[in-house]
Write a protein of this length. Structure first.
Length: 299
């Protein structure tokens, strides 16, 4: 397990705050997302671009914690300048917001190819994480990612806040649970990522002082099939990492499943402790052991 698939926790960090960037770099987050979009005002954007590039360049080589940059949307008119400003720092990837159609990701991929040649970086090394649900059109086009073959697209995630504004709707009910429309969109993002053969990552828990709510959200995301979760505060990282670390009983069960198939390599279906198992059970067991190995070596 490598690249984005190994990331349990993604921590957003304002692009214009050196203090918060240093604090985030000292956290146990698997990946940092330096934000040039929502957390930076128009007036401070040039300063933030320079700050992010300097921080990235000073942190090379980076052994464990990945460094990504959320740029402004393709439709904003700011994206090319964002990319040109930060690529000298060799980010691991770009987080692309407000994507309405998969073809937008392909256009950004072409821009990245040009910049990688300019900065003498290996072709395709700069990945893309797509925030794939932030416009009204976006959820209707999620199935297109399955036919959008591009090695840069490393995962999909979803966001409720911008879509909530676009729809004029509340994403959550009085009890904090997602309303039907947003629950549906979350599930569609998960399905679209699976159909495309890439990981899905759950969106942020905006109530960052409510640890109980975060623990519930993260546990549910792991159960549902998300590979990790986005965070907006360093205090959220511990609970998120814990939620996506397989429990000892899960690891023991996965090892037993793998051993059973190894003992009967020609079997398509077999029985273990009274339960019928087939190849999807084997695949899930292998993924659990991959996650466990990554958690063991994580800082």
């Amino acid at each position: 397990m490598s690249g984005a698939a190994s990331i349990r926790s993604w921590l957003f960090v304002p692009g214009d705050s050196a203090r918060k960037q240093e604090k985030a770099a000292a956290s146990a987050a698997d990946a940092l997302i330096f934000d040039l979009e929502d957390s930076v005002t128009e007036e401070l954007l040039p300063q933030a671009r320079a700050q992010v590039c300097d921080f990235l360049a000073a942190q090379r080589p980076r052994a464990a914690q990945q460094r990504w940059v959320r740029v402004n949307a393709l439709t904003s008119g700011k994206l090319s300048a964002d990319l040109a400003a930060v690529m000298a720092g060799a980010p691991d990837g770009i987080v692309l917001p407000k994507v309405s159609f998969a073809r937008e990701a392909l256009e950004v991929a072409r821009l990245l190819s040009d910049l990688e040649r300019q900065y003498d970086r290996p072709p395709g090394v700069t990945k893309l994480l797509i925030i794939a649900t932030e416009t009204a059109q976006a959820p209707l086009a999620l199935s297109d990612y399955a036919s959008t073959a591009n090695e840069r697209i490393a995962g999909l995630t979803w966001g409720a806040e911008d879509l909530s504004a676009a729809l004029g709707a509340s994403a959550r009910g009085a009890d904090g649970s997602l309303t039907f429309t947003f629950e549906l969109i979350r599930s569609l993002c998960l399905l679209a990522a699976a159909a495309a053969g890439i990981p899905a990552f759950d969106g942020v828990c905006v109530d960052f002082r409510n640890e109980d709510a975060l623990v519930r959200e993260a546990a549910r995301a792991c159960r549902d099939g998300f590979m990790g979760k986005l965070a907006i505060h360093p205090a959220q990282i511990g609970p998120i990492n814990a939620a996506f670390n397989p429990q000892p009983e899960e690891v023991a069960r996965a090892r037993a499943v793998i051993a059973a198939f190894a003992a009967a390599p020609q079997a398509g279906v077999l029985s273990l402790n009274g339960q019928m198992l087939d190849r999807p059970h084997l695949l899930r067991a292998q993924r659990i052991l991959e996650r466990a190995a990554h958690a063991q070596h994580a800082p």
